[in-house]
Design a protein around this ligand. Structure first.
Ligand code: ZN
Length: 167
């Protein structure tokens, strides 16, 4: 149970494909709590993936309920173990940021609605439909599990990536 340091680009651990979780044991529960603590401590964060704190297992936490864009339409705090997107519909382009890429934001095109399946913190299998900002946040976090950053998704690094004015 601790706030962890967020690894930043170009740390090679962010480029690694993560391994599925075999069992929801105490060690995984403690990883989940670290992810939640780290997300909450960051204040503005809407999600953290395990590789961002140097752990290469397929676990993310997402919570857009405190964000301007996500507060009207969300599932609250979600702990997703071994998440997988089963369906994707529509597409939209949004400006994304990432704690692992602190100096830049970028325009990324993703599915508008998704059906995502995962195991929750209690070990139950879940499938939820998400749309809008929450769907984008989930897709962004799941990319981390495959070693992908939003920088890998922008169509043009010259025109679709922007330096943050202030941090
Ligand atoms: Zn990120």
């Amino acid at each position: 149970m601790a706030v962890k340091e967020i690894l930043t680009y170009p740390d090679p651990r962010l480029k690694t494909a993560c391994a599925p979780v075999a069992e929801l044991d105490d060690e995984v529960q403690s990883l989940i709590q670290d992810l939640i603590d780290t997300m909450v401590a960051a204040g503005h964060s809407v999600g953290v993936a395990a590789p961002q704190i140097g752990d290469c297992r397929r676990v993310v936490v997402v919570d857009v309920s405190h964000s301007k864009l996500g507060k009207e339409n969300n599932h609250g705090l979600m702990v997703m173990v071994n998440p997988e997107i089963l369906e994707r519909e529509g597409c939209e382009t949004m400006r994304e940021g990432c704690m692992s890429v602190p100096d830049f934001t970028g325009n990324v095109t993703r599915a508008q609605n998704i059906l995502v399946q995962f195991t929750d913190r209690e070990g139950r299998d879940q499938a939820i439909r998400a749309d809008g900002f929450e769907a984008v946040a989930i897709q962004h976090e799941l990319d981390h599990l495959d070693g992908m950053l939003f920088l890998d998704r922008v169509s043009n690094l010259k025109t679709d990536v922007f330096r943050r004015k202030n941090r």
